[in-house]
Ligand binder design. Structure first.
Ligand SMILES: Nc1nc2c(ncn2[C@@H]2O[C@H](COP(=O)(O)OP(=O)(O)OP(=O)(O)O)[C@@H](O)[C@H]2O)c(=O)[nH]1
Length: 431
């Protein structure tokens, strides 16, 4: 089936687990869903790949099918719910400041797409006019440039063209006025045919998530206490990572993204099975659906603290079991696993949050062949909220010997993330 961009019938995609993308009917200004959405403006010349970017990330369009997308003739607004609600404006190639029909101050982010194979004169002068106007109207706007279709160039030309575009934009801004030198513009090399697009868009998204430092703190603590070498909090549907721990993002991003894609593809096959309680082992050892997890109680911190942008240190809540795993690893006598059996993670009767009540949290794991360091790693997946999942890598030996404790740490991690998400949602409710 050829995907059409001109359809005015929402939704394009939705699912219970995962994010939902809705296309707003032409002319509609809002979804009427009473939430404040962060608006992202997607601009560029004709055929530079704007709609492909939006469709591949948010509507699971197979990249090769982007060839059949029709030309965008009117501004199309897409609403997408992840850790924060987004509204993406896909603009036709001939959009100007006058025809945009909205002040640039409304937007949190402007993404300007430049085809790496294009002649750069036209796109760059358009980029400059939007950048200067955006900066004057809204100095705090995030300005992002996607140098797109990067895979079409050889490695050598890709980097050369990327640098050339970057330099030319900065030079021309400076020519306009010396004060524009300070405009912060971020450049990304992207392609729908590899992971670069998801990685770049993830970085764009992260700048909009006010609670990012807290999510990162939770991931750092999880990694430290579970001996994980890397952990990501992914939006399940779009496969954008909304946060990661402090270690550098490397090839593990592609690994986790591919694993999530595989689970997204096969997950629905298991859903009906896992609907019946209590727990079902779905494959020999790799995919497990757990029933609703009862979350351990811990003292509640005022939720407003979590969302404040002040320099307050990491919130007192959620209290992850500090050193829990590491201390037991060095403990001479084996810990009492008691209620720490792998799945269900905890069966204690604890107060549950209404919002996440009656949900079940599938998990999965797979052991990987030799890693660069020569050892074996295991990749784990745990659903954290209906939209977010934790993906992490840890040594297989740790996973096999201390799986219960790793999963116990996941319970605390989940509780922390759920609270942060609740705060984000509350702060964006209108009325
Ligand atoms: N090689 C390559 N082609 C791409 C990439 N992204 C998009 N394309 C192709 O570029 C062409 C135009 O893509 P669109 O998404 O329709 O571009 P657009 O900017 O929305 O076009 P208009 O609606 O005319 O403004 C299609 O043939 C896509 O398959 C990419 O990363 N690499």
């Amino acid at each position: 089936m050829v995907p059409s961009r001109s359809s005015s019938n929402p939704p394009l995609a939705s699912s219970f687990y995962g994010s939902a993308l809705k296309t707003l009917p032409n002319g509609d200004d809002s979804l009427g869903d009473n939430v404040v959405r962060s608006k992202i403006l997607l601009l560029g010349m004709r055929k530079c790949g704007k709609t492909s970017i939006q469709e591949v990330i948010f509507n699971k369009l197979p990249p090769k099918q982007s060839f059949y997308l029709e030309m965008t003739t009117r501004i199309t607004k897409h609403a997408f719910d992840t850790v924060i609600p987004l509204e993406i404006w896909d603009c036709p190639g001939n959009t100007t400041l006058e025809t945009l029909g909205a002040p640039l101050s409304q937007f949190s982010t402007m993404i300007f797409v430049i085809d790496i194979q294009d002649l750069y004169g036209g796109p760059i002068s358009k980029l400059l006019s939007f950048t200067i106007a955006a900066y004057q109207e809204n100095p705090s706007i995030n300005l992002e440039v996607f140098v797109h279709k990067a895979e079409a160039n050889t490695d050598e030309y890709r980097i050369e063209n990327f640098r050339h575009i970057q330099q030319r934009v900065l030079d021309e801004l400076l020519d306009e006025s010396p004060e524009y030198e300070q405009i912060p513009i971020n450049f990304h090399l992207t392609s729908i045919y590899d992971h670069s697009l998801h990685e770049a868009f993830s970085r764009v998204l992260q700048k909009l998530v006010g609670s990012l430092p807290y999510l990162e703190d939770l991931l750092n603590v999880f990694c430290a206490n579970s001996q994980a070498s890397k952990a990501y909090l992914f939006d399940v549907s779009s496969r954008l990572y909304v946060a990661t721990d402090a270690s550098p993002v490397d090839h593990t991003h592609a690994l986790c993204s591919d694993y999530l894609q595989m689970l997204n593809a096969f997950g629905p096959l298991y859903r009906s099975l896992s609907a019946s309680p209590p727990r079902h082992t779905l494959t020999s050892r790799s995919v497990v659906a757990s029933p609703t997890t009862s979350l351990p109680t811990s003292p509640t911190q005022p939720l407003s603290n979590l969302s404040s942008a002040s320099s307050t240190p990491a919130p007192a809540r959620p209290p992850l079991p500090e050193q829990h795993l590491s201390s037991t690893l060095t403990s001479p006598s084996p810990p009492n696993y008691g209620t720490l059996s792998p799945s269900p993670i905890s069966t204690q009767t604890r107060p549950q949050k209404l919002k996440y009540k009656n949900l079940f949290y599938p998990s999965a794991s797979s052991s990987l062949s030799h890693t660069a360091s020569g050892g074996h790693d295991t990749i784990i997946y745990h659903l954290i909220t209906p939209r977010l999942a934790l993906l992490a890598l840890l040594p297989t030996v740790v996973f096999e010997s201390r799986r219960g404790l790793v999963e116990y740490n996941v319970v605390f991690f989940r509780e922390g993330v759920q609270e942060i998400c609740e705060v984000e949602e509350e702060s964006r409710q209108i009325g």
